[in-house]
Design a protein around this ligand. Structure first.
Ligand code: GLN
Length: 192
């Protein structure tokens, strides 16, 4: 199994470190040719506007959309925004996931927070079930989940922070910034 991480901006190094801890082969993706031979791709957190613009400059938009038709892609935070159909701003999006998002929905950088979440999809894979400690940094909310996309997890107040559509995964939070490998393991199960 070989998993790529889009490495043009954001915290790609943390995702690569997590994948290495899990014994997975990794590749940094900066150009369309780097997608060859990958079983899945992670799009990290960072700044979705920058990731979008650089993806246009590097000719990555169409190759990434094509890759997502048959492979697993997981976007964390800015990556989730990049996967969405609609972010209510003018910025390049892959628009391959049937979700709409609201950027910076919790406020500014100082309003970043951490929360323990109950994620059924992770609890099914690990026994005994344990809460998932999620880190939100100037995070988006997933406003709506449409079509074939499904809600994976909400905050206690019902706001959606993780969604899945087949092999596509979007999280508002940053599993790569914790010691908990369960979300990465869940993604690997989709990439198989
Ligand atoms: N606020 C960023 C954006 O809108 C996302 C922040 C993050 O990835 N931690 O793109």
């Amino acid at each position: 199994m070989r998993i790529g991480v889009l490495a043009i901006q954001g915290d790609f190094a943390e995702h690569i470190a997590m994948l290495k801890r899990l014994g997975v082969d990794t590749a940094e993706v900066r150009l369309p040719a780097h997608l060859a031979g990958l079983d899945g791709l992670i799009i990290p957190g960072g700044e979705s506007t920058t990731i979008g613009k650089l993806s246009v400059d590097f000719g990555l938009l169409e190759p990434l959309r094509e890759f997502g038709k048959s492979h697993a892609i997981w976007g964390t935070c800015a990556g989730a925004i990049f996967l969405s159909k609609e972010a209510r701003r003018s910025q390049p999006l892959l628009a391959i996931m049937d979700i709409t998002v609201e950027r910076n929905a919790f406020g500014r950088q100082v309003d970043s927070f951490e929360a323990d979440l109950d994620i059924a999809a992770l609890n099914r894979a690990s026994q005994p079930p344990a809460p998932y400690h999620a880190v939100f940094i100037r995070a988006p909310i997933i406003e709506s989940v449409l079509g074939d996309a499904e809600v994976l997890c909400t905050l206690p107040d019902g706001r959606i922070v993780a969604a899945q559509q087949g092999k596509l995964l979007a999280t508002s939070f940053h599993p790569e910034l914790t010691r908990d490998t369960r979300f990465h393991e869940y993604f690997l199960s989709l990439a198989k």
